[in-house]
Design a protein around this ligand. Structure first.
Ligand code: Y43
Ligand code: MG
Length: 197
């Protein structure tokens, strides 16, 4: 059984990854499982790829092990693609899901349903000491709700209706979310690499 470090401190992502990785013979460890306290890695990049690489490469160098990082966010068409890479910091640096959702709904006030199209984007970076970093991108298309519904998931899940569903992402079980999510659509592209790990 191989071990892979996931360079994240986001509990919601860790839950998704544990579920998504359960079919592979790989044990995963997040930064929350490590003994030492890893300082936050500043996301100074201008793209999901740059930020995912920053997180994966910083931790891979530190532990001399293969590391997976996830940089993800929500692109809303009526907002010209915002909040995008700034999704976690949309309402400020203290990173509150509730405040981010409130700001999003406020900015979309009065925007009709057919113009509330959006997508979740996930870029995965795999960094290995001495080897080039691999990138895979997945997305999930949908619409922004008028108010939050559902208790599951994290982040913007309560205000995101995946296309074709009448439930928000936060009304889905983790199994259901992980069949259609941006994270799942990125991870399937790593399948060949994961078998060789
Ligand atoms: O499946 C998802 N369901 C709902 N919301 C999501 C999802 N995936 C990303 N998101 C939102 C949350 C956060 O506002 C931003 C990610 O920001 P991002 O910097 O990649 O993650 P983070 O700072 O929470 O954790 P970390 O950098 O330690 O991995 O997009
Ligand atoms: Mg982050």
């Amino acid at each position: 059984m191989e071990q892979l470090i996931i360079a994240t401190k986001n509990k919601g992502k860790v839950k998704d990854f544990r579920n998504l990785f359960s079919k592979y013979d790989i044990t995963i460890k997040s930064l929350l499982d490590l003994e030492e306290n890893i300082p936050d890695i500043e996301e100074t990049g201008k793209t999901f790829e740059e930020n995912a690489a920053l997180k994966a490469e910083t931790i891979a160098e530190r532990f001399s092990l293969p590391v997976l990082a996830d940089d993800s966010g929500l692109e809303v068409d009526a907002l010209g693609g915002r909040p995008g890479i700034y999704s976690a910091r949309f309402a400020g640096l203290e990173k509150s899901d509730q405040a981010n959702i409130a700001k999003l709904l406020e900015e979309l006030k009065g925007v009709p349903e057919e113009e509330r199209t959006a997508r979740f984007v996930c870029v995965l970076a795999v960094a290995r000491p001495g080897q080039p970093t691999i990138f895979k991108r997945g997305s999930c298309e949908g619409r922004i709700a008028n108010h939050p519904i559902g208790e599951n998931g994290f982040g913007y899940d309560p205000v995101f209706y995946p296309n074709g569903l009448i439930k928000t992402m936060a009304e889905l079980s983790s199994e259901e979310k992980n069949q259609i999510s941006h994270r799942k659509n990125a991870i399937v592209q790593l399948e060949k690499w994961l078998q060789d790990l």
